[in-house]
Ligand binder design. Structure first.
Ligand SMILES: Nc1ncnc2c1ncn2[C@@H]1O[C@H](COP(=O)(O)OP(=O)(O)OP(=O)(O)O)[C@@H](O)[C@H]1O
Ligand SMILES: [Mg+2]
Length: 387
């Protein structure tokens, strides 16, 4: 459970914030002025601090300075009253994570806290294991198709252009999406994924846009949707071809106006989100069959990246096999297993209907079942012929 420290001299503000945040599942501690706040701050590591600006004994700016000296990794969100917006802006320049105005707007509060938490977890994970934090699997391949994809990623990632990624199952669409986010200016914010095919039609709108409490039978609690969660970052709509027409209409509006409305709500909420989508379907055919909106298709496909099937770039297979031998052996805590050349040649001939995912699984199977080195015989007996 995440810990939040609320420092404010107004008891009613502390009480309101504390109630809202406890309800959201956070553990709350309170302090009535900067001095008391600092004492608590130094005794324990909090995930986020909410701090008023005008307070007796020690004000918010002084707290911010001292907190920064004692633990600079904990994000401090300033709570700003009427007369203190300018001070709040100054505080942000001095290192406060962000500020929220009094009386606090619930949505903005929760989003700001969530983003701040993401930042903390990144910072602390970075300390434990720097490599893991930003690790996106390397994209292996020297075929012209892969070189072109990497080149497109480099060009397109830093823009906010929407990208539609097409390709067969297991060909690497998600990996392309991750790299687009990783190399973008939004990489410090979240990449939020939604698998549109995995969510029942009647729930997809609530998943994407959130809902207000009581808006339908099972909506016992207000919920923030993926669009809001991705605010400032990237939203990855996977299997977009499986989205219902009514959800498509709402996504279209979100893209056109940069605004969403929660299910059962009447308020417009602005969101700043870059959308990347992926599909293994032929969307234009879906358009012909009236299963997909043409206007949405055009909005989503400013840039199209087609990931080729593995069968269309067999020359990359030896490199991929080598990489997977290394990764998987490492996962098993073993030395990298060798493979005979004729065994690799045989793998090059296979019909890879499951693409790279299938290749990876096959290499794992071979590592487990074969002897010291993987031979042609192993490939022939353990790789089920796909032809
Ligand atoms: N060029 C590549 N180099 C190394 N690994 C890759 C490459 N492309 C894909 N992979 C790996 O192959 C697996 C499948 O890729 P990914 O999940 O991106 O495919 P996908 O197209 O999204 O599949 P699906 O359509 O089933 O969702 C992942 O483990 C991914 O890391
Ligand atoms: Mg995928």
């Amino acid at each position: 459970m995440s810990n939040i420290l609320i420092i404010d001299d107004e008891k009613s503000i502390r009480k309101t914030l504390s109630e809202i945040l406890s309800y959201e599942g956070y553990k709350i501690e309170e302090a009535g002025d900067g001095e008391e706040g600092l004492k608590k701050f130094q005794e324990k590591v909090y995930d986020v601090v909410l701090c008023d600006i005008k307070m007796p004994k020690m004000d918010g700016l002084e707290f911010l300075d001292k907190a920064g000296e004692s633990n600079p990794d904990v994000p401090v969100i300033m709570i700003s009253g009427h007369g203190t917006i300018e001070t709040a802006v100054e505080a942000v320049k001095k290192g406060a994570y962000d500020y929220i105005a009094k009386p606090p707007d619930l949505n903005r509060l929760l989003i700001t806290i969530r983003n701040a938490m993401d930042k903390t977890s990144l910072v602390s994970e970075a300390k434990v294991l720097r490599r893991k934090v930003s690790r996106v699997d390397e994209m292996i391949g020297q075929s012209s198709a892969i070189i072109k994809i990497k080149d497109t990623i480099d060009k397109v990632a830093p823009t906010d252009a929407r990208v539609l990624i097409t390709g067969e199952n297991g060909s690497g669409k998600e990996l392309v999406a991750r790299w687009l986010h990783e190399k973008s200016n939004r990489s410090k914010s979240s990449l939020v994924e939604v698998n549109c095919a995995a969510i029942p039609g009647e729930l997809i709108e609530s998943e994407l846009f959130g809902h207000e409490k009581g808006s339908f039978t099972s909506a016992v609690k207000q919920r923030i949707g993926k669009f809001e969660q991705a605010h400032g970052g990237t939203l990855f709509l996977d299997e977009i071809g499986d989205m219902s027409l009514s959800a498509q209409a709402k996504v279209l509006r979100a893209l056109q106006e940069g605004k969403i409305t929660r299910v059962g709500g009447d308020k417009d909420i602005s969101v700043d989100v870059r959308v990347i989508s992926a599909t293994n379907k032929d969307l234009l055919r879906e358009v012909d069959e009236k299963q997909f909106r043409l206007d949405l298709y055009h909005r989503l496909s400013v840039i199209i990246i087609h990931v080729p099937s593995l069968n269309d770039r067999r020359d990359d297979i030896p490199l991929l096999v080598d990489k997977f031998l290394e990764d998987i052996s490492q996962d098993y805590g073993a030395a990298k297993k060798g493979i005979d050349n004729d065994a690799v040649d045989e793998l090059k001939q296979h019909n890879w209907t499951g693409n790279i995912r299938e290749l990876r699984n096959v290499v794992e199977r071979l590592i487990i079942l074969s002897g010291k080195t993987i031979t042609l015989g192993d490939v022939k007996s353990y790789v089920i012929p796909g032809k």
